[in-house]
Design a protein around this ligand. Structure first.
Ligand code: NAP
Length: 269
């Protein structure tokens, strides 16, 4: 067995993308702390991975939408110096349009996809920065840059994850902390059943396996990417998009409203 690379905390590890991250990270030499609500499934994932890799795998059955339970995971991230990686993966989506959506469900989505993810990053980042070492992987979605494709709150929550990751990278890169935002396209998991639109409804040519998605995302991490879009065939498309955003960012504050609004200048003191 290879030397440990430290411990990776993987949220949403009971199924889908998170369970594959757990498997691949253990094979790369990480011990694991696995977080999700379903204890039986976590036990199965943990037994399978420790059996095949010999790595230490601990489960932490947790509802991340319960504040007190979330706080326990935050404490683990703050206090366990063996932790060198956080995979902020737990999340859910919806294909239901705004007018048919239940606001309670939408807030639950924000609580998990945004608030829990943020609190866990805030627990891990200072610990990683103080040790000058650590990696935070945040699972966003292509819906973060294509918010028209699914439910608007889902797209909004994933846009947050992308912007938050870019900002974390800006602040933490020189402190030895690696940040990666992963933007999966359609991936064959239970996500789609929970979202109310099973992936069998889509052409199979759109849907990647969770194994390929995670393997590509980890290859992107190893190549030093801050933003990884496994399905995007030509990386130049993302680079062009980012270059346009950065070129515009210097033009977004001005004493004068743009001429197209027809407002006379000199309304500010
Ligand atoms: P999935 O199989 O449904 O996995 C979601 C995971 O999150 C499960 O392990 C689930 O476990 C956990 N989870 C849900 N609510 C939770 C809560 N309140 N507390 C703790 N854990 C919770 O779907 P997936 O596709 O692997 O999704 C993983 C991530 O990828 C999500 O953030 C999703 O938005 C993102 N993503 C997926 C796709 C796709 O096409 N599949 C595309 C883009 C992005 P329990 O039920 O046991 O709690």
């Amino acid at each position: 067995m290879s030397a440990s690379k430290g411990t990776a905390v993987v949220t949403g590890a009971s199924s889908g993308i998170g369970a594959i991250y757990a498997d691949r990270l253990a094979k790369r030499g990480y011990d694991l702390i696995l977080v999700a609500r379903n204890e039986e499934r976590l036990k199965d994932v943990a037994a399978r991975i420790s059996g095949t890799t010999g790595r230490s795998v601990t489960i932490l059955p947790t509802d991340l939408n319960d504040k007190a339970s979330l706080a326990k995971v935050e404490s683990v991230l703050k206090e366990n110096p063996a932790i060198t990686m956080l995979v902020n993966n737990a999340g859910f989506g919806s294909a239901v349009p705004l007018l048919q959506s239940d606001i309670g469900k939408m807030v639950e989505m924000i609580d998990l996809n945004v608030t829990a993810l943020t609190r866990l990053a805030y627990a891990a980042a200072p610990a990683f920065a103080s040790r000058g070492k650590g990696t935070i992987i945040n699972i966003s979605s292509i819906a973060g840059i294509a918010p028209e494709v699914l439910n608007g709150v889902y797209g909004g929550s994933k846009a947050y994850v992308l912007a938050f990751s870019q900002s974390l990278q800006h602040e933490l890169a020189d402190k030895g902390v690696r940040i990666q935002a992963v933007l999966p396209g359609a991936t064959a998991t239970e996500f789609w059943d929970i979202a109310g639109f099973p992936h069998s409804n889509m052409p199979s040519s759109w849907v990647m396996s969770a194994e390929d998605m995670v393997d590509a995302a980890l290859a992107g991490l190893e190549n030093g990417e801050v933003v990884t879009i496994p399905a995007l065939q030509d990386a130049a498309d993302w680079e062009t998009y980012e270059a346009a955003r950065k070129a515009m960012s210097g033009k977004l504050s001005n004493v004068n409203p743009a001429p197209r609004y027809g407002i006379k200048a000199a309304q500010t003191a």
